[in-house]
Ligand binder design. Structure first.
Ligand code: 3H9
Length: 704
């Protein structure tokens, strides 16, 4: 290595090998792009070097620009002087040798090289849109020139990671090696084969293949719903459109202008934040990273209901064999049929092949009784959500499961300590709360009992990651972190009706905000009887529980949601479209009159704040009680458990865009107006008084 940069140049025969070594994933951190430029210049003037290979050390080629540098006073070089431009201009051929990831600026560097070769396991992509920006290193101009506008547009607007085999088919990769090949050796051999080929194949000199002028409008239409309130996806489309209309340098200028507009936009800041909290959530400050994790290669699920079936599918989807039991053969068969139907729907929709379905189904083994699961490495209880039903299940699991097997519960609210205490191995017990549908939703809330050992918790977190989930730790409190912080929102939305809102207004506000569906429509989808049962339980436990007479009335009338053709909305047979229902409006009016509550109108902003501020306050209480590690953990749960719009960062990130003082003042005012349920949390008051943002809030030490 020459010089103190993370980039080295070595000569191997006639070939100069430039190696990027910036762990863990070779992002373009400080000195990397400069290092590549510098080594490239040296290689170009070294008469002994005839061709150049650019390769990454460690597990990746280059994962893109350093995301931490965005929004800071990052140095921006003028067009023509950037690493991409100098690679392109090299008079000696440059070959990008790709393994691991070539993403964002990493792929843009590869596109600026004259040739690209890759191992089949490599992935390439331009995922900038996922962090609220667009490719800013010429990617929007080179990719369409290389693979045509249509394919480039799709890759850039979705940001998806494209496997090298597909990238070869598309024309991004010139040569695909066998997986076992020595990448460097092969790249050097390739370099020697093309060493004298001139002119050098420069992507910038190609013209764009525009298959159909309508692709841009069609893309704008197709993303309209998903990308509402966002700028980056549209900027991506605009930049590819520019590639089709303008000479290369002008197209790059257009890309650079759009990049500048987006780099520090609110959506880019929120999406960068989401990227980092999703990684931070895996770190458990009070459990050492080197805590041993228990080996597991299979699982069992007790309970073949909707949740149990979804959990079993999650294991099967990620290659782990899973056994499933239920109380009766009929219930088990019903559960298996639901699993088969779910997979069949995916096959029909084209998201799963017949062959994949068969392989996944083969991993799910329905078995008759507890003895048949005794040998499994871990078991997840997913029976009816009642303490009296779950307790005997834990006693039984303790009796039958082999020593060392971990016992998890999928409860969404019940006390994990009590379940652990039903066993002689309380250390091996924890909560693993999946969200519905369990095979689709990404969040896994790992719930820590006061008995859970660090090993059990570390294993539960890892189990989630093995089955494609984002695992986040929660303390043992009613509703844990996700549902507890969401509960006041659910109460306020019904109280808003008493005060004069209609379900359709509340839903519209939340959809406009960015949720895929409004909360009342979601309620109808999930079934209103579920909330009814849990309200009855809570009311029995707590005399101060805020009743929801409107919601109760609907359920008592048999309006259980979509499944009964009516709930908050009315549904036509065989159609899931919610229609506002005058009957519901009449019930609302009648209940409100009975309660003596005056009806008034609400602005959309007032509705939004009323719902989300109530949850912000509760989430502050959760931090203050040490039931979550960090504000970011709460935000991850809202993003992945409840469909909170990612480009708004999460509950706390969004609240910071309003400002902690304003949030506090409003909550304090509502406390005066509505009483105790709006009492501001101590933490919220402290933050407001000290002018500390929600994101910087410190939680109390974790209390299981
Ligand atoms: C861009 O390139 C803009 C350009 O168009 C033009 C500019 C002018 N920066 O995810 P992991 C960290 S925009 C900074 O756990 P994996 C990550 O935080 C960029 N840090 O590993 C983590 O740190 P820690 C376009 C980064 O194997 C560690 O590396 N590129 C970056 O599960 C390991 O990451 C992207 O958007 C980065 N670019 O997944 C790619 N990348 O250990 C973003 C990673 O402290 N990265 N880190 O928590 C990824 O998608 C995944 O990290 C990757 C590896 C798939 C590469």
């Amino acid at each position: 290595m020459s010089g103190a940069t993370p980039v080295s140049l070595e000569r191997q025969g006639d070939v100069g090998v430039i190696t990027v070594n910036y762990p863990p994933v070779n992002a373009l951190g400080p000195g990397v792009a400069e290092g590549i430029k510098d080594r490239l210049a040296r290689a170009n003037i070294d008469p002994a070097i005839k061709a150049i290979v650019l390769i990454g050390a460690g597990r990746s080629f280059i994962a893109g620009a350093d995301i931490r540098g965005f929004g800071t006073n990052r140095q921006r070089l003028p067009l023509g002087q950037r690493v991409y431009d100098t690679l392109d201009a090299s008079s000696k051929p440059v070959i990008a040798a790709i393994h691991g990831y070539a993403l964002g600026g990493g792929l843009e560097i590869a596109l600026a090289c004259h040739y690209r070769m890759a191992l089949p396991s490599a992935k390439v992509g331009l995922p900038e849109v996922l962090i609220g920006i667009l490719p800013g290193g010429g990617g929007t101009q080179r990719l369409p020139r290389l693979i045509g506008a249509k394919a480039a547009l799709e890759m850039i607007v979705t940001g998806r990671h494209v496997p090298a085999t597909e990238a070869k088919r598309l024309g991004i990769i010139d040569e695909l090696l066998p997986e076992t090949a020595d990448l460097l050796e092969s790249a050097i051999a390739f370099a020697m084969r093309i060493v004298d080929v001139r002119p050098l194949p420069r992507v910038r000199n190609r013209s764009v293949r525009l298959e159909d002028r309508g692709i841009f409008e069609a893309m704008r239409k197709s993303i309209a719903r998903r990308a509402r309130n966002q700028k980056a996806p549209y900027a991506c489309i605009g930049a590819v459109e520019a590639a089709c209309a303008l000479p290369f340098d002008e197209g790059c200028q257009c890309e650079a202008n759009l990049f500048k507009e987006l780099e520090d936009s609110p959506e880019a800041r929120a999406l960068r934040y989401a990227f980092f909290i999703e990684r931070e959530v895996a770190r458990l400050p009070d459990i050492p990273a080197n805590t041993p994790v228990r080996d597991f290669s299979n699982a069992a699920v007790v309970g073949a209901g909707t949740m149990g079936g979804g959990i079993a599918m999650s294991f099967a989807d990620f290659g782990l064999p899973v056994k499933i039991i239920d109380a009766t053969p009929e219930a088990l068969e019903r559960g298996m049929q639901r699993i088969r139907d779910n997979y069949a729907t995916s096959v029909r929709r084209g998201s799963l092949s017949e062959d994949q379905m068969q392989r996944r189904l083969a991993r799910i083994e329905p078995v008759a009784g507890y003895e048949d699961i005794a040998d499994c490495d871990l078991v997840i209880e997913a029976v009816f959500e009642e303490m009296d039903v779950k307790k005997p299940v834990f006693a039984k699991l303790d009796e039958v499961m082999k020593p060392g097997a971990l016992l998890f519960s999928n409860t969404s609210a019940l006390d994990i300590d009590q379940l652990a205490e039903m066993t002689r191995r309380p250390k091996d017990v924890a909560g693993t709360h999946f969200f519905s549908p369990a095979n689709v939703m990404k969040l896994l809330e790992v719930v820590r009992s006061k008995h859970s050992s660090p090993e059990t918790l570390a294993t539960a977190m890892q189990m989630g990651r093995r089955i494609g989930k984002l695992s986040a730790m929660a303390g043992n409190t009613d509703g844990f972190v996700a549902n507890r912080s969401r509960a006041p929102f659910n109460t306020e939305m019904v109280i808003l009706l008493e005060e004069g809102c209609l379900p359709e207004q509340v839903d519209k506000v939340m959809v406009d905000f960015g949720y895929p569906m409004g909360p009342f429509a979601v309620g109808d989808l999930a079934g209103l009887d579920i909330g009814y049962a849990s309200r009855k339980r809570r009311a029995a436990e707590n005399p101060n529980f805020r009743k929801q007479p409107i919601a109760d009335r609907l359920v008592e009338m048999g309006r259980h949601g979509q499944k009964t053709g009516a709930g908050w909305y009315r549904y036509e047979k065989g159609d899931r479209t919610p229609h506002p229902d005058p009957e519901v409006a009449a019930i609302i009016k009648e209940v409100a009159t009975g309660l003596g509550i005056a009806q008034r109108t609400f602005t959309d902003e007032a509705v939004l704040r009323r719902l989300l501020f109530s949850s912000v306050n509760e989430a502050c209480k959760i931090l203050e009680e040490g039931k979550a590690y960090r504000p970011g953990d709460v935000d991850v749960m809202w993003l992945h458990g409840f469909g909170f719009p990612r480009y708004r960062g999460g509950l706390f990130f969004w609240a910071d865009t309003i400002g902690v003082r304003e949030v506090y003042n409003q909550i304090a005012a509502w406390h005066q107006q509505y009483g105790d349920r709006w009492a501001p949390s101590r933490l919220l008051r402290d933050l407001a008084e000290s002018g500390t943002s929600f994101r910087e809030a410190r939680a109390a030490p974790f209390a299981a």
